[in-house]
Design a protein around this ligand. Sequence first.
Ligand SMILES: NC(=O)c1ccc[n+]([C@@H]2O[C@H](COP(=O)([O-])OP(=O)(O)OC[C@H]3O[C@@H](n4cnc5c(N)ncnc54)[C@H](OP(=O)(O)O)[C@@H]3O)[C@@H](O)[C@H]2O)c1
Length: 270
Amino acid sequence: MSVAEQLDTVLITGASTGIGATYADRFARRGHPLVLVARNRQRLEELSARLSREYHVKVEVLAADLTAPTERAVIERRLAEDQAIGILVNNAGMGGGSVLAQTPPDAVQAMIELNVTAPSRLVAAALPRLVARGHGGIINIASVLALAPELFGGAYAASKSYVLTYSIALNKEVAARGIRVQCVLPGVTRTEIWGQSGGLDAIPAHMIMEVDEMVDAALAGYDMGEVVTIPSLPDIDEWNRFDEARRRMAPELSLSVAADRYKSDIPEDA
Ligand SMILES: NC(=O)c1ccc[n+]([C@@H]2O[C@H](COP(=O)([O-])OP(=O)(O)OC[C@H]3O[C@@H](n4cnc5c(N)ncnc54)[C@H](OP(=O)(O)O)[C@@H]3O)[C@@H](O)[C@H]2O)c1
């Protein structure tokens, strides 16, 4: 972590429990002042009291529903204007129903508002200021389902693919301007999110990571400068090969002629 970044305030969404609350604990332990965002003010205040007591850092609580445009706008304004905020952790997210045919349109939209629209808007609000000051960090929490939509998750997996693609594009644009971008792809992590979407009981124990282990690994990846961190993947070359295969296609993804396999084999004068 650079000296310039060390005392930056960190704004964390979805900080009232689970992965976000664990990020709050770890950044406070590192000495960062915090701004914690979620809907449940009481839980945020309890966490804030514990963190300021244990780590002697300033912790501010902003209760907001990130799917409500007027409440989200307060967070956007703060990110656009507060020079002290140098790191944004886009963590708030929800499951969206695993069976597409049984998921009502409003539920799909609510999930997209939280998992896709909110992080995109928060980055858009913060970015001009971060670029102007020339240093900062953006951590976006996706999911391994971004790489494995067949496993589970329907539109939820797609929302996390968006977060991955968005983070790669964002990194391309801002890495050279002093902004560190990291996309974290957790596997199954023991948090309350599983309360909403069926529970962890059906999942083999060897696939479930404790939240402390997940966040500590993700922060180690951040410190190493990784753009994509997959906490449980034993061999990072697996990801590197996948990414390389994608990049190898790039020169041929837009050409003036269609591929031979799409051409009729019937001669024109027949
Ligand atoms: N746990 C996993 O297995 C797993 C795996 C891969 C990816 N992830 C991703 O990791 C992130 C964190 O998940 P988690 O497992 O920690 O979930 P969680 O325990 O359910 O926590 C979600 C957090 O988001 C907040 N939140 C929910 N809706 C919100 C809204 N409308 N506006 C503002 N805040 C809202 C919740 O607080 P309030 O209720 O107080 O608003 C809570 O702090 C999510 O993006 C999730 O998709 C989780």
